[in-house]
Design a binder for this molecule. Structure first.
Ligand code: HAM
Length: 399
């Protein structure tokens, strides 16, 4: 039986890639002073139906549980974060800088870069309305991609502002209740024929051409504040974001060539906490998925070779020494050294093959003659050099 469509099996090779990406995300978040949190993967359905907007609601994995509750697997982290912060914000000094790496579930049409589950690096700042917080998050997103080896010519941060669009919509006679539909039309523009966008806008206003002329606001002052990293950014009003709750600066990161779906997206959502929890705090953040990012890293040859993480492989040259070898293995493992060995009687040649296949740094041969002299043979598998070492000195040599 196969996994469900859009769900991944993580064999050790794939899990190694996932761990590599998560490791860099965590490391950069730490450098920026963010603390890690998590929430439940299953939430009341209502949390998403009211806050995220119709598009994501159409993609929910939802059901009624055995206690008759309407529930949904989380399609995004932001409503959960808003709920959590709303409930306990008094316990924390503002601004909060928090991050999480949740697995999220969306019943999407499967296509390149879009699956039905993905992991998403979420970083959010709560309780700060200054644009310095927007800049901090953009810088964090850029640096997390740089930490994975991506460079300025690999990706671009496309920055926009929903407030500029709101003024622009109002000038074109689009009333507040139709703004969500208008944002949706603009959000889909790059992936649909222009005719379709025109049709959608025509249902909202007679001034379609005016809307399509885009806002003329100047956002350079925002980019100026980001210093050297401004070279990674562009003002681009085609970005408005698909989710309903954004209220200010919004941005997405795309591969420079524009071949893949978005790598990351985020922005300010100053009204969401109040909607979810009644607590009025400004907030902003972004989500960066592992799927498109993984594809880009693979294309650029930036995925690390898998490292098994094994330090040494014990070669048992005489089956009579197996109990001794096992004791040695245990000793080394107690000292934090990663050790493996053949579980059943195996020819020495085969054991050496297994040793090099395992990627271990060393093979340690336990033979009767050496053992009687209080020694083992230690072979550096990369260099191909072998030496005899005192058993008492083995730990020090390997670690
Ligand atoms: P989003 O734009 O829906 O934003 O998702 C952010 C990123 O997650 C996307 O750019 C993409 O890399 C990845 N992603 C989304 N859906 C899928 C999918 N079906 N398959 C693979 N990857 C996917 C949010 O979710 C916001 N809650 C982000 C945010 C945090 N805003 C403020 N704070």
């Amino acid at each position: 039986m196969n996994a469900l469509p859009g769900f991944r099996d993580f064999y050790p090779e794939q899990l190694a890639i996932r761990r590599h990406i998560f490791g860099r995300w965590r490391e950069v978040a730490r450098r920026y002073g963010f603390r890690e949190y998590d929430g439940p993967p299953l939430e009341p359905l209502e949390l998403f139906t009211q806050k995220s907007g119709a598009e994501i609601v159409g993609q929910l994995f939802n059901f009624v549980d055995k206690g008759d509750r309407a529930v949904a697997l989380r399609p995004e982290m932001t409503p959960t974060l808003a709920r959590m912060v709303g409930a306990h914000h008094r316990d924390y000094k503002k601004p909060l800088k928090w991050f999480a790496i949740p697995q999220l579930f969306r019943y999407e049409k499967q296509q390149r870069g879009r699956l039905r589950e993905h992991f998403q690096f979420n970083a959010d700042i709560i309780g700060e309305s200054d644009v310095a917080a927007d800049i901090e998050l953009i810088a964090l997103a850029i640096d997390s991609l740089r930490a994975l080896g991506l460079k300025q010519d690999d990706f671009v941060v496309r920055v926009s502002d929903r407030r500029a669009w709101q003024r622009h919509f109002a000038a074109a006679g689009i009333t507040d209740d139709k703004q969500y539909a208008a944002f949706q039309a603009i959000d889909k523009m790059e992936r649909e024929p222009l005719e379709k966008t025109r049709e959608k806008l025509a249902a909202l206003t007679t001034k379609v051409d005016e809307v399509l002329a885009f806002p003329k606001d100047d956002l350079r002052n925002v980019l100026d504040q980001i210093g050297d990293l401004a070279a990674f950014c562009e003002v681009d009003f085609k970005i408005v974001r698909g989710l309903a709750y954004y209220t200010g600066i919004v941005w997405e990161i795309h591969d420079r060539k524009g071949e893949l779906r978005a790598i990351a997206g985020g922005g300010r959502y100053d009204n969401l906490l109040k909607l979810v929890s009644g607590v009025d705090l400004p907030a902003l953040g972004f989500g960066m998925g592992d799927v498109v990012l993984g594809e880009l890293l693979k294309e650029r040859g930036l995925l690390p070779k898998e490292n098994h993480g094994l330090d040494c492989y014990l070669v048992i040259a005489d089956e009579g020494l197996r109990p001794t070898a096992l004791k040695l293995a245990h000793d080394l493992r107690d000292a934090g050294i990663a050790v493996d060995y053949a579980l059943t009687m195996t020819k020495v040649g085969k054991q050496f093959q297994a040793a090099s296949h395992s990627g271990a740094r060393y093979a340690v041969t336990i033979g009767p003659e050496e053992w009687a002299a209080g020694e083992v043979k230690l072979k550096d598998l990369a260099a191909g050099k072998e030496e005899r070492v005192r058993i008492a000195e083995l730990k020090g040599k390997i670690s």
